[in-house]
Design a protein around this ligand. Structure first.
Ligand code: F6P
Length: 556
């Protein structure tokens, strides 16, 4: 799998171990070491044997900000981690991290900083950094959230937005509002229901409003640009729905969260919150974009979310790289892609409330690191982000786990567990956790042909031998997984979890040499859609024959 030293020129094309400009001796030495590690760990699947017999001292189990992360069942060991860490330091990851936090324009194609971390910093940190306006906005939007939450006239909030203006708030509401409706919060009985409509397909919104009375509704319009087509389609429909009931009801009951206040006002919303353009959409849930979530969990809950994230931020900013969780997991992500050549990573939360977490991660990881050029616009010659995907467990065990265990594409899995349930059936919860642990062990351990043959099973097909059936019941094993556990699913632990994933994305993006903070790849499709829509609305024939054919067939 790995080329030897003689072909080092080729190596630069297939792995990021050499920086684009770094052909120094120290750069070459560390690259050679990393290759040797890959050979050593893969040979006879030695990493699997080591992982199965790991002592606590050899395992990778870290506890940070209320999270436990166990990455012991991965194709790495202490020696590799040390060399990967050295490599990342040689590449200047610490300088990049500090520069990002200090507000340098790490998003070079848009000439912007990426300071979303500041949104969760406590007031005294913001004041010291001359960012007291951020603290003031936070105070104001959380006050508004509590007001909406306690207003007896507001029974429903409709949150409109897409991408980063939807996935984060939707995740938070789904993950956390049931906790706050189950007795932990005395005001819960009165809190409004939160509904989401993001899709450009109006069926989603129609299904929501069909059941509601416009007088009971508060609208929260989220769009950084306030020009996103889907959001405007939904907003127009809501405006018509409300104003049809009473003129100006829409204006009275709408709040816009945007970096383009003028556009929101021109649309007819006067009540607005803005946020700086250095907050990327997929990093914006900490800003007033989180308003609907703050309504669902209350201002104290939201502050606790921010505090949990900030705990992880401090760990990221201050702890030793070798002990630093986002740093190490980011290195593992790079190792997966560029040494193990895993194309995808599966994330399985063993908690139904986290069912939107994989979708949230898809934007975070794939919009950030699904790139083929470096910051300067030069082609990169190594793999960058792969596909991240998943579904909650145990549901997933009854759908795609067959593929994970016996398919031909070894894929690392991340199991996310919640240690303490918010219901009282601890036996049922133990069963759930046992399933997560069992799956992780099965992926690693597998079951050999001999083991399968030795088991006495009934032969459904009498003409078959035991060995024949055993082949179907064999598990290759040697499949990597990480276990992440949260003590409880609460705002603080979820904040820490999301912050951990944000930073590991930054680590991997930096080491791949790409800009994790732009998203030019979403533009072409949008442009072509506008052009096609114009053709649909006119008698002009579209220049692409197949598109022209479809326009005719669809007759819209
Ligand atoms: O199309 C991608 C994207 O630009 C995302 O990056 C963003 O989160 C989403 O659209 C929504 O954008 P906006 O918040 O400007 O409506």
């Amino acid at each position: 799998m790995f080329m030897n030293r003689k072909s080092s020129t080729n190596l630069t094309k297939s792995a990021p171990w050499f920086g684009a400009d770094d052909m120094s001796d120290s750069g070459k030495t560390i690259a050679q070491k990393l290759q040797a590690h890959a050979q050593r760990l893969n040979e006879g699947q030695s990493w699997v044997k080591a992982a199965l017999g790991a002592t606590p001292a050899q395992s990778f189990l870290r506890e940070v900000a209320g999270l436990r992360v166990d990455a012991s069942r991965q194709p790495w060991d202490q020696a590799l981690r040390r060399d990967l860490t050295t490599w990342s330091l040689q590449r200047g990851l610490d300088t990049f991290r500090n520069a990002q936090f200090a507000g340098e324009q790490v998003n070079r194609s848009e000439a912007r900083a990426a300071r979303h971390c500041l949104l969760r910093a406590p007031d005294h940190v913001l004041n010291a950094k001359h960012q007291s306006a951020l603290a003031a906005t936070r105070l104001r939007f959380l006050e508004v959230a509590d007001k909406i939450r306690q207003d007896p006239n507001i029974k429903h909030v409709i949150h409109i937005g897409i991408g980063g203006s939807d996935l984060g708030p939707r995740l938070l509401v789904q993950a956390l509002s049931s906790i706050h409706a189950s007795g932990l919060d005395a005001r819960a009985a009165k809190q409004p229901d939160i509904h989401f409509a993001g899709n450009g397909d109006l069926h989603e919104l129609e299904a929501v409003i069909a059941r509601l009375n416009p007088y009971d509704v508060q609208i929260v319009l989220c769009s950084k640009s306030f020009s996103t087509a889907e959001t405007l389609v939904n907003a127009e429909r809501l405006k018509a729905w409300m104003n049809n009931e009473s003129q100006d009801l829409f204006k009275a009951r709408s709040i816009a969260i945007t970096a383009n206040i003028k556009a929101a006002q021109a649309f007819g919303v006067s009540d607005c919150f803005d946020f700086p353009d250095w907050v990327g959409g997929r990093f914006s849930l900490w800003s007033p974009i989180g308003l609907s979530a703050a309504v669902a969990i209350g201002s104290e809950g939201f502050k606790s979310l921010l505090n949990g994230a900030w705990d992880m931020d401090r760990h990221w900013l201050e702890s030793d790289p070798y002990e630093n969780l986002p740093w190490q997991l980011g290195l593992l992500d790079v190792w997966h892609r560029n040494a193990m050549h895993y194309n995808t990573r599966c994330v399985v939360p063993y908690d139904a409330r986290l069912s939107r977490f994989p979708a949230y991660l898809q934007q975070l990881e794939m919009e950030s690191n699904g790139k083929s050029v470096d910051q300067a616009g030069r082609a990169i010659h190594h793999a960058s982000a792969g596909l991240v995907w998943g579904e909650p467990g145990t549901n997933a065990q009854h759908s795609f786990f067959q593929w994970l265990h016996q398919g031909t594409e070894p894929t690392p899995v991340e199991f996310i567990m919640i240690e303490r349930p918010d219901h009282s059936d601890h036996a049922a919860h133990r069963k759930l956790l046992a399933n997560a642990l069992g799956q992780s062990l099965a992926l690693l351990k597998g079951k050999s042909l001999d083991q399968a043959s030795a088991e006495s099973v009934k032969l459904a097909n009498p003409s078959w031998s035991r060995e024949q059936l055993a082949a179907h019941r064999t598990f290759q094993g040697g499949r990597a997984s990480t276990i992440i556990s949260l003590n409880r699913l609460d705002p603080s632990s979820l904040g820490a979890l999301i912050s951990l994933f944000e930073h590991r994305v930054e680590v991997a993006g930096f080491l791949w040499g790409i800009n994790s903070f732009d998203q030019w790849g979403v533009e072409l499709g949008k442009e072509l859609a506008i052009d096609i829509e114009n053709h649909m609305n006119s008698s002009q024939i579209h220049p692409d024959p197949q598109t022209a054919l479809w326009i005719k067939l669809l007759e819209v």
